[in-house]
Structure formats: structure tokens, C-alpha cells
Write a protein that binds this ligand. Structure first.
Ligand SMILES: [Zn+2]
Ligand SMILES: [Zn+2]
Length: 419
């Protein structure tokens, strides 16, 4: 039986990998310019980190975690997202006692054990940022601005920013009561998930992907009306800041996050091409998370972007991806001169020229064909007669011309033509 990649995973092969490198480079450069530094954390963690840090009533934790028992009998989980690991690392290394705020970004594969479907993988990729140690609403503005800038720098100008405030635990408790009151009379019309969780966590009903649930609770009270003075002030300042920065947003009453440690600002960024229901990225403030995970009372805010969806959006802009065509092919007609060929390769490679030669003992004609296939701009011919005279022939594959140069002049001429 032929071995294939596991279900829900996929290979990223050249030239596709070039595209990934490109969007990763743009994103990282943008984040670095905003003062963020990269953090790399393990691919797997103790299962309880995610039960605690992601929330044991979320779909991720109840249904989708990639969990297994290792040989030591410990329950470990392949990371489903990045925030919990960042928080764990922040606490474990006492980063919070250094200069604040801490600004981190991460990028890499995440995992969920889910039924694979179109665009949903068991191994997928996320980029994210976390800002720990400031509750200033302008920190929210800057984090959102970074998300917007990343999209813009990738040529995605046509986005929709959704914004809401989920308040603090106090105003949310008031809201929860109002919401339960509104939902209870129609609870029989809800999906089974919502029926079992609405009393404990009615915000999840607003969040439910089942359209029947939202219909059932039509006219539901909105969180904004329950915000306390501090939370309302925070939200207003974030809105002023975004407007001041020329960032358009939509206030979205449906954008709620049901977990206790989420506070204040919540946001999502949508690309209309993917339909209304699908955000390419999103995040928010989580002032309760660090303490909830056993650390000090430290505020935080962050977001994550789904890289698969982002790449497909960038693809649809009709971008001209950078090509990785070979620049020079070194053609060696006589196998016993292969070492000289390698030496020429290395001189060019050292100078930053993408260079290769043949390793399959092809004839001169076949090597020339190979150079063409690989898209080489120039071919350097290491011919017996030329070598005797200390010379090499450079063939220009575009202009179909060639010239002969002494070894000392080879590199300069190659660079000249490539420019
Ligand atoms: Zn509040
Ligand atoms: Zn539901």
C-alpha cells in the first residue's frame, strides 16, 4: 500500500511554497515595524493548558482537540491556537516583570481533530500577535491597525472590519441575565448545543453557526446597552482612535465572545469575496486570561489570521508571484570537467546568483534543453577548448547571443547581463 499524507493534511510544494514565503515575509516585516518580536513555542502542550486557556466549553476544546496519551501516560495536545501557549510562556519565564507592554507574534501550524472539509484541515496555519501589559484603548487601536496594515500590504484593500465590545465581567453578568430572560421563552427552538449551554453561556447562542438559533432570538438585547461607564468609555475611545486613523469599521452586535476572560474590544476582519460569515482574522482583548492561567493580573489583546484563507485571497488579487527561475545554468560537456563546473557554480552562488548544473550525465544538447526548462537566463559553457585557453562561453538564452570571456571577467560579465 502506498503511504499518503494523513487525512486533513497537505504538502506545500514548490512553486506553491514561494507564495507562502512571500505572504509570511510581508506579514512578519509589517509586525516587526510595529515593534513585535517573534516567539516560537512547542507544537504540543499539556492538554490542561488548552482546557484552561482556550476554555473548556468552546468547540475547540470539547470537540476538536488533537489529544493523545504519550508513552509516559501524559495527556498532550497538538496546539489548536497560539494565545494559550503565549500566555503560558509569558508566565513561565516571568516576562511580565520586564518592560511592558510585551509585543509578540507567532506563525506556524495549528491542529484540530475535525472532519476534514473543503478549506478545513487538521493541520492548518495561523499567524497571530499578542500584546500583554497595557489596557490603553490606543493599544487596541494599534493592534487593529496592524491587522488592517497586513491586509493592505498584501494588496487586500477591500475588507470589512467588524467591531464590538464585550465589556467586563460585571457588565456582562448584567447582560447575561437580560439575555437569558429573552432566550428562555424560545429555548425549544434552539439547536441541541444551544439548549444545553444557553443558561450558563447565553452569548454562545448569538455566536451559534446554526442560523435557526439567531432567528429564534431575533430582537435580542445588545451588549452595548449593558456596558458599564468604564467599558463604554474604553469602547468609545477605541472607536475615536480608529476614526482618527482613517480605519472604517462596522459596529457588530453579533460579535461576542462567550468566555469569561474576554473583555472589552472584539474585532473580526472579513473579505467580502468569502461571504458574510467568514472572517479571515479576528481577535480581541482578554484582560482576564493571564490571571486565569495562573499569572499576575495583566491585561492583553491580540488577533490571529488564518493563513490558508489569506493566501487564497491574495491569489485572487491576480498577484504576480515572484518566480524562482534559475539565473545561470553551468553546462559541462565533458564529465571529467564536472569539478570545474562546480567551482564556477560556487563562484556565482557566493555572489548571490541562483546557479545550478547537471548531475545526470546528460549530453550537451540535453543539458541545453534542461537549462531552458529551468528558465535559466544565462548558460555558462565549460568547454574543453575554452578551458585550454582559460576562457568560458556565456550564452544569453533570451537574446540568443554568446560571448567568450576569461575566467577573471566571468562573474562581472554575468552580473552585468543579469542586471
Ligand atoms: Zn464593564
Ligand atoms: Zn445553536
Amino acid at each position: 500500500m502506498e503511504i499518503q499524507a494523513p487525512r486533513g493534511t497537505y504538502d506545500i510544494l514548490p512553486p506553491e511554497s514561494r507564495k507562502w514565503q512571500y505572504i509570511e515575509r510581508v506579514i512578519k516585516e509589517t509586525a516587526e515595524r510595529f515593534g513585535y518580536s517573534e516567539v516560537r513555542f512547542p507544537i504540543f502542550e499539556h492538554t490542561e493548558l488548552f482546557e484552561r486557556g482556550v476554555g473548556d466549553t468552546t468547540d475547540i476544546v470539547t470537540k476538536e482537540m488533537y489529544t493523545f496519551i504519550d508513552k509516559g501516560g501524559r495527556s498532550v495536545t497538538l496546539r489548536p491556537e497560539g494565545t494559550a501557549s503565549c500566555t503560558r510562556a509569558l508566565i513561565e519565564h516571568s516576562i511580565y516583570s520586564g518592560p511592558l507592554p510585551v509585543k509578540w507574534y507567532y506563525n506556524g501550524p495549528m491542529f484540530r481533530y475535525d472532519r476534514p472539509a473543503a478549506g478545513r484541515y487538521r493541520q492548518f496555519h495561523q499567524f497571530g500577535v499578542e500584546l500583554f501589559g497595557s489596557n490603553n484603548p490606543y493599544a487596541d487601536v494599534e493592534v487593529i491597525q496592524l491587522l488592517v496594515k497586513i491586509l493592505e500590504n498584501l494588496g487586500l484593500k477591500d475588507y470589512e472590519l467588524h467591531l464590538n465590545s464585550v465589556g467586563c465581567p460585571q457588565c456582562r453578568e448584567r447582560y447575561r441575565e437580560k439575555l437569558v430572560e429573552h432566550i428562555t421563552p424560545v429555548k425549544d427552538q434552539l439547536c441541541p448545543d444551544c439548549q444545553s449551554r444557553y443558561a450558563k453561556n447565553p452569548l454562545r447562542v448569538i455566536d451559534c453557526k446554526n442560523p435557526g438559533c439567531l432567528e429564534a432570538i431575533v430582537g435580542f438585547p445588545v451588549l452595548y446597552d449593558s456596558l458599564c461607564d468604564d467599558c463604554r468609555q474604553h469602547y468609545n475611545t477605541v472607536q475615536e482612535g480608529l476614526t482618527g486613523q482613517g480605519i472604517a469599521y462596522l459596529h457588530d452586535n453579533q460579535l461576542v465572545r462567550g468566555l469569561d476572560y474576554y473583555t472589552n474590544t472584539a474585532f473580526e476582519i472579513h473579505l467580502p469575496q468569502f461571504g458574510a460569515a467568514s472572517a479571515v482574522g479576528g481577535g480581541g482583548r482578554y484582560n482576564g486570561l493571564v490571571r486565569f492561567c495562573g499569572g499576575p493580573d495583566l491585561p492583553g489583546i491580540g488577533f490571529a489570521i488564518g493563513m490558508e484563507r489569506l493566501l487564497s485571497a491574495v491569489e485572487r488579487t491576480g498577484i504576480d508571484w515572484e518566480k524562482d527561475d534559475l539565473q545561470v545554468f553551468v553546462l559541462v560537456p565533458d564529465e571529467h570537467n564536472r569539478n570545474i563546473g562546480l567551482e564556477i557554480c560556487n563562484i556565482l552562488r557566493e555572489a548571490g546568483v541562483r546557479t545550478d548544473q547537471d548531475y545526470n550525465g546528460r549530453s550537451m544538447k540535453a543539458q541545453m534543453k534542461q537549462a531552458n526548462k529551468r528558465g535559466a537566463r544565462l548558460v555558462v559553457i565549460v568547454g574543453e577548448d575554452e578551458l585550454a585557453a582559460g576562457q568560458f562561453t556565456i550564452r544569453d538564452m533570451v537574446h540568443k547571443t554568446q560571448l567568450t570571456v576569461p575566467k577573471e571577467a566571468l562573474l562581472d560579465r554575468v552580473k552585468e547581463i543579469l542586471q
